[in-house]
Design a binder for this molecule. Sequence first.
Ligand code: F6R
Ligand code: ZN
Length: 199
Amino acid sequence: MKPDEPFTLEVLQSEATLSRYDNHIVRTLSSMKGQYADQAAYDAMLAEQDTVLYEVYEVRRPEVPGELLHGLSVVHPGKVGDEYFMTKGHFHTVLETAEVYYCLRGRGVMVMETPEGDWAIEELHPGRVLYVPPRWAHRSVNTSLDEPLLTFFVYPGNSGHDYGTIEQQGFRKLVLCREDQTVYIDNPNWSPPGKGHAD
Ligand code: F6R
Ligand code: ZN
């Protein structure tokens, strides 16, 4: 079989040429049911409009171990109640697969945790590379209320995505804006791994 040819990509393309990516995923408020702590604020916001929270532009590659899936993640600025706009977050289905994020624009944090309940939060700013080791679930949060958080990500082709675990148990830490400050608090609804949902 003929090997693939090397290829290049202008990661920060203009709006007009973002269409060069193979796949564009748009996640709106309605896809985040039960993920924001302030349910009343969520319901009120959704009643107004199904706001776009984040977008992912993917370069499509075969989902096999030797490949590297890569693309651009854009988390828009905004809050649901006190909680910043964020991605759903996930474990990789193949837990032993890592991921690299390179922050291109904006300000944010990556909230991470292991199946054992260890947690970590790392700040993202332009020029910073974050290594998410194998086993760590990850969620990007935009802590700027003015500009989008842009990151470039790379991860193994066979990783897969497990969204269900986070949908059920949530992340242990929430990232909120309180009196113009970013604060990390315990998630009152977090249920320890394997224990099902708190309510
Ligand atoms: C892939 C990865 C990123 C995220 C993207 C959106 O493994 O971590 O490409 O997919 O930041 O977040 P999720 O997938 O959690 O909706
Ligand atoms: Zn991932």
